[in-house]
Write a protein that binds this ligand. Structure first.
Ligand SMILES: [Zn+2]
Length: 315
C-alpha cells in the first residue's frame, strides 16, 4: 500500500457530520473525478471514477445520504492499458438524478435557455471553513497524488482546466502558509505543494490525522539522520584538518632527520619529534598520552610548533 492510498483510505472512512460539508465534499470529488456521459433516456448521465475501492464505496454512500441516489458500481480496467490496477466507476444513469446532482453541487447552472458548466469552484459551496476543508478533501480523493515521504515531499491535485487549478490554489492558500502553486503539464494543470511542513498542514486540513502522525515520524527520523550526517561530515572535516597538519609536521621532522639534525633539538622537542615520526596518524592528544611523562594536547601542539619554527629559521 502506498502512502497516498493510506491517506485516501483514512479520508474515505469518515462521513462528514454536516449536510453542508457532505455537499461540498461531493462537489469537490465530482469536479476532480467526475465525467459526463449519455443516459439511457438520452439525457445526461454522470460517472465518478477512482482507482481506490474505499473511495468508491464512500461516494456511493455519500450520494445516497445526500441525494437518495442509488448509483451503480462497476469495476473495470483502465482505458489506458499502461496503468495498473482497477478502475472503480460509480454511474448515475437516470438523467433526472444526474442533473439534480450537477445542479446542487454547482457544476452546472441555468443560463439563457440552456445549462452552463461552471468552470471554477462556486463560492456558494465554500462559505464556511468546514466546507472549504470538505471541498479540498473531495478534490484530493478525486484527483490527488501524494509521494511517499520516505522518498520525497510532493502533493498535487490534477485538473483539466486552468481556472479550476487556480481556484483550488486559492482555496488551499486561504489556509495559513500553504503556498500552493500551479503548473501545466501536457495540457492539464496541477496544483502542488512540495514542502514537508505544508504537506503535514494539508493532511491536517483534510482530516487525515492518522497518516499525519506517520508523516511526522518520517520527518523527525529524516531530520535526525541529516543532523547526524552533518555532525559526521564536520568530524571528517576536522580529521582532514588534523591529518594535513600531521603531514606538515612529518615533513619538517623528516627534513631534520635526513640532515642528521634531530640531535640538535632540545631533549623534550626531540622526544616529541621521534614520537611523531613513529606515529604519523596519531592525534595530538594521543601523542600527549604516549609521551613520558604524559603531557597535554596543547603542550604537544606547542612543541611541534616550536620544531616548525626552528626548521623555518634554518631552511
Ligand atoms: Zn460545512
Amino acid at each position: 500500500m502506498s502512502f497516498a492510498s493510506d491517506v485516501k483510505n483514512e479520508l474515505a472512512r469518515a462521513m462528514p457530520d454536516k449536510q453542508c460539508c457532505r455537499l461540498a465534499e461531493l462537489a469537490g470529488f465530482l469536479r476532480a473525478g467526475g465525467a459526463f456521459g449519455r443516459a439511457k433516456d438520452g439525457g445526461c448521465a454522470l460517472t465518478l471514477s477512482t482507482e481506490n475501492p474505499a473511495v468508491a464505496r464512500h461516494y456511493k454512500k455519500l450520494l445516497k445520504e445526500c441525494f437518495g441516489t442509488n448509483s451503480n458500481l462497476f469495476v473495470g480496467n483502465h482505458a489506458n492499458f499502461r496503468k495498473k490496477g482497477h478502475l472503480y466507476e460509480l454511474c448515475i444513469d437516470e438523467s433526472a438524478d444526474a442533473e439534480h446532482i450537477l445542479r446542487e453541487t454547482r457544476v452546472i447552472r441555468a443560463g439563457d435557455g440552456r445549462d452552463i458548466i461552471n468552470e471554477g469552484i462556486c463560492d456558494e459551496l465554500l462559505k464556511t471553513r468546514c466546507c472549504r476543508r470538505a471541498y479540498l478533501r473531495g478534490a484530493f480523493l478525486g484527483a490527488g497524488a501524494l509521494s511517499d515521504p520516505e522518498k520525497g515531499y510532493h502533493l498535487e491535485i490534477v485538473c483539466d482546466s486552468e481556472v479550476m487549478a487556480g481556484d483550488l490554489k486559492r482555496l488551499f492558500n486561504g489556509f495559513a502558509d500553504i503556498r500552493a502553486k500551479v503548473t501545466s503539464r501536457r495540457g492539464r494543470f496541477a496544483v502542488y505543494i512540495k514542502n514537508s511542513g505544508r504537506i503535514a498542514d494539508i493532511l491536517n486540513i483534510l482530516g487525515a490525522h492518522g497518516q499525519l502522525l506517520k508523516l511526522e515520524n518520517v520527518r523527525i527520523l529524516k531530520e535526525l539522520k541529516n543532523r547526524t550526517n552533518r555532525i559526521n561530515n564536520c568530524d571528517n572535516a576536522n580529521l582532514d584538518k588534523s591529518l594535513r597538519a600531521a603531514e606538515g609536521q612529518l615533513g619538517v621532522i623528516a627534513w631534520l632527520r635526513d640532515g642528521d639534525a634531530l640531535s640538535s633539538l632540545p631533549a623534550k622537542l626531540r622526544a616529541t619529534a621521534l614520537l611523531r615520526l613513529a606515529n604519523p596518524e596519531a592525534s595530538l592528544s594521543e601523542l600527549g598520552e604516549m609521551s613520558k611523562p604524559p603531557i597535554s594536547k596543547s603542550a604537544v601542539h606547542h612543541r611541534l610548533k616550536r620544531i616548525e619554527e626552528i626548521v623555518a629559521k634554518r631552511r
